[in-house]
Ligand binder design. Sequence first.
Ligand code: SF4
Length: 403
Amino acid sequence: MEIESKLALLADQMRLEPAEEVKVRPSAGSSVAPCGFSPTALHDAVQAGALETKKNSLGLYDAAAPGGKRITLLKTLLTSACERDCCYCPFRAKRNYRRATFKPEEMAQAFHQMFTGGIAQGLFLSSGVAGGGVRTQDRLIATAEILRRKFNYTGYLHLKIMPGAERDQVWRAMQLADRISINLEAPNAERLTALAPHKNFAAELLRPLQWVEEIRQSQPGHLGWNGRWPSTVTQFVVGAVGESDVEILATSAYLFKTLRLARTYYSAFSPVSETPLESVAAENPWREHRLYQASVLLRDYNFEMEEMQFDPKGALPLDVDPKVAWARAHLTEKPIEVNRADKHELLRIPGIGPKGAEQILAARRRGRLREPRDLDKLGIVAVRAAPFILLDGRRPPQQLALW
Ligand code: SF4
């Protein structure tokens, strides 16, 4: 099979896996035809700024690498063959689906061509499980080693850790990749049983994430790729098996605080034909969005789980940003004086993030903040903050804000 055709087959379902891409993913119903473009023709098309859909059809996405640098990321698999039977997954065993497989050398060669041709600047490499987690991980590591050693590739590499991989393999992957990920898929063992009956939550998924942090804690960073250890991320499937936002965010909080994950991805469930969950309704994308917002509060804003505004069923409200929900409950009657608040308090105010809080603290050393325009000048969206603050002892005028 042609390399482009294989990539197109793999890309068809990889769109379900969130990675570092920054653009909206193709809609769940989009179908992808084999590309049929040569690397040269594709390069010309990409350079011309055209054919975004064609790029996506090969698994190429505009992405933000850690640190914010924008790159075109090839998001693909070594193989879409899989011996596991996760209930939501298009690659599950026995599903009637046209599979594609790359050998490590072939994948490394194909990506290297795309890299040197200016088509892709980064690689996110995953795989179906074929021959066990250990053997599959060996092939992922072999691909990374060929890229790094034979092709001297120094660009961005995000490697997936397979369920069942061994600690030494995790260690080796950490010496080759800028980022590694292990998808928990569910927030706990009970939910995982419904989602992926033959995956072991503690031993196969959580344990490797713990190994990563143990290695980071016990070994010097210069042993990692590029002189530092890779960041770690995970993904949850949201809305397939009745898990609540409380469950997902409680596990996310543990991952941020204890295992120092850089990010948790939330993927709103979308049913796939010929899977046990094909008749389960697709999850509302707003739930995914609210979970992302709440996870940022837990990770970057010092919010605790107890402070989140859940309904009695453990769900975040869909119609309001979780930070605004907290502020309405706590700050409407007791607004925060911006000229006296410490950083922790400033971060509680909608419209003020870590950078904005620093800007306010610096600006206060130069004089008092008296008007909404004083906040606007600092890059803060004063209209969002206005209902919850005092400026020099006075409530600022409020306008209708859209959030
Ligand atoms: S192990 Fe991965 S690729 Fe295989 S069925 Fe499960 S989620 Fe899909």
